[in-house]
Design a protein around this ligand. Structure first.
Ligand code: HMG
Length: 389
């Protein structure tokens, strides 16, 4: 069987961020609670003319030219911040990116897990038709009620990946371990704009699911804990991954020193600390952070991935980094994007938080604000109008 996996990967986040020190000062909280306690520094806030569609299109646009786009047979769009109950957000992206009319599009949802489901389904499609490419995009805005414990873990981002045969970045192993359980740790009923979360319980369920998914993985795969040189975890906040990796190391009775255990994940945390939770996109932005910031050559190394989506579905899977992967990265563009962002003060943050949300078909023209390639120009007659900036 031909190897299948990630051939290219690119991400996007908004131009605006709130430093968590500003949030802490306004709340009268010790900033160290955020910088150390949850391990987060900044959180991305979308401009009013940005949403999951514009972020997704901006993430995917560097991945291919017109000629290469003809081989894309399917676009799988993973999100839990959908903009419509029926129409896939991916169809707007399909037009904005000029994809072929023969390319199918579908949206997937299972909290933060859906991007992993999309990647696995993409691998299966490519295994059946190795000449085709599947475009997987995960795009989300993590939004909680103001003045709740979840507020400091907001963020936004999109990641786009080309899934191909003989990939040039990551060969994904077919063996996986899953754990699914009907739990109410985090959810968002249709009538709410922000998630409801039982925060402490959600962190316990995350760790329980990690152990269960790992146990299931060991039944399916020959890959052992010591075969894995680095790990990428779903990243609601970076401290969650640190706790998770210590937990998995204990489960496997690892003989590594604490610093060595930390070194297996630290590269994957860097972008998340600056962006915040990007739900479905978070795991794969974490992988991008790892391969773009590692001091050593990861070519030939086995990576372990833990995907978690509240509700809950969890998956442990593995992959091998392809030698020469460095040639395929957008490291400079990503790091420039993060460095050039604009900090907002608390009042500006509240303005961004209250994005226009017409409910009755009234017209809203939205000022140009995003620095991304695509924007939401208006909402009128219950329709969203997307344009290239
Ligand atoms: P909280 O109640 O604000 O915080 O909620 P806390 O009091 O538990 O403090 C957090 C940590 O900071 C603690 O460390 C404190 O000791 C420490 P820990 O005990 O955990 O090791 N701390 C300090 N450290 C240094 N200096 C200080 C200081 N003060 C306190 N001065 C919580 C935290 C994560 C629960 C909250 O932010 C929350 O509800 N977040 C949203 C839910 C979430 O992210 N859950 C994660 C697992 S579920 C998941 O990942 C799925 C998700 O992405 C959704 C999806 O799947 O779609 C969320």
């Amino acid at each position: 069987m031909l190897p299948v996996g990630i051939d290219k990967i690119s991400f996007y986040t908004s131009n605006y961020y709130l430093d968590l020190r500003t949030l802490a000062c306004t709340q009268g909280t010790d900033p160290e609670k955020y910088y150390v306690g949850i391990g987060q520094e900044k959180m991305g806030m979308p401009a009013h003319d940005e949403d999951v569609v514009t972020m997704a299109a901006s993430a995917a646009s560097p991945l291919f030219d017109d000629e290469q786009s003809k081989t894309i047979s399917t676009l799988l769009f993973a999100t839990e911040s959908g903009i419509d109950q029926s129409k896939s957000a991916g169809i707007y992206v399909h037009r904005l990116l000029g994809l072929n009319a023969n390319c199918r599009v579908v949206e997937l949802k299972q909290a933060c897990y859906s991007a992993t489901a999309a990647v696995q389904m993409a691998c299966a499609l490519v295994a059946r038709q190795p000449e085709t490419t599947v475009l997987v995009i995960a795009s989300d805005v993590a939004k909680y009620e103001l003045d709740t414990p979840g507020e400091a873990t907001q963020g936004c981002g999109a990641v786009a990946m080309l899934i191909k045969a003989n990939p040039r970045i990551l060969e994904i192993d077919p063996q996986v371990g899953n754990h699914t359980e009907d739990v109410m740790d985090f959810w968002r009923p249709n009538y709410l704009k922000t998630a409801i979360v039982d925060g402490k319980y959600s962190t316990k369920i995350y760790l329980k699911s990690l152990k269960k998914a790992w146990e299931n993985f060991t039944l399916a795969s020959d890959v052992s804990f010591t075969d894995l040189s680095h790990f990428c975890y779903h990243l609601p906040f970076s401290r969650m991954a640190q706790k998770a990796h210590k937990h998995l190391s204990r489960v496997n009775k690892s003989s590594l020193e604490p610093e060595q255990i930390e070194a297996q994940i630290e590269g994957s945390l860097l972008y998340n600390k600056l962006i915040g939770n990007s739900y479905a996109a978070a795991l794969f932005i974490g992988f991008t952070s790892l391969i773009e910031n590692s001091n050593s050559d990861l070519g030939g190394k086995k990576i372990g991935f833990f995907s978690y989506g509240s509700g809950c579905v969890a998956e442990f899977f593995s992959g091998t980094v392809v030698p020469g992967y460095q040639q395929q990265l957008f490291k400079e563009q990503h790091q420039n994007m993060l460095e050039c962002r604009e900090e907002v003060d608390y009042e500006q943050y509240i303005t961004l938080y209250n994005a226009p949300d017409p409910q009755n078909g009234e017209s809203v023209i939205i000022d140009v604000d995003t620095t991304g390639k695509f924007r939401l120009a208006a909402i009128a007659n219950h329709k969203r109008e997307y344009v290239e900036r």
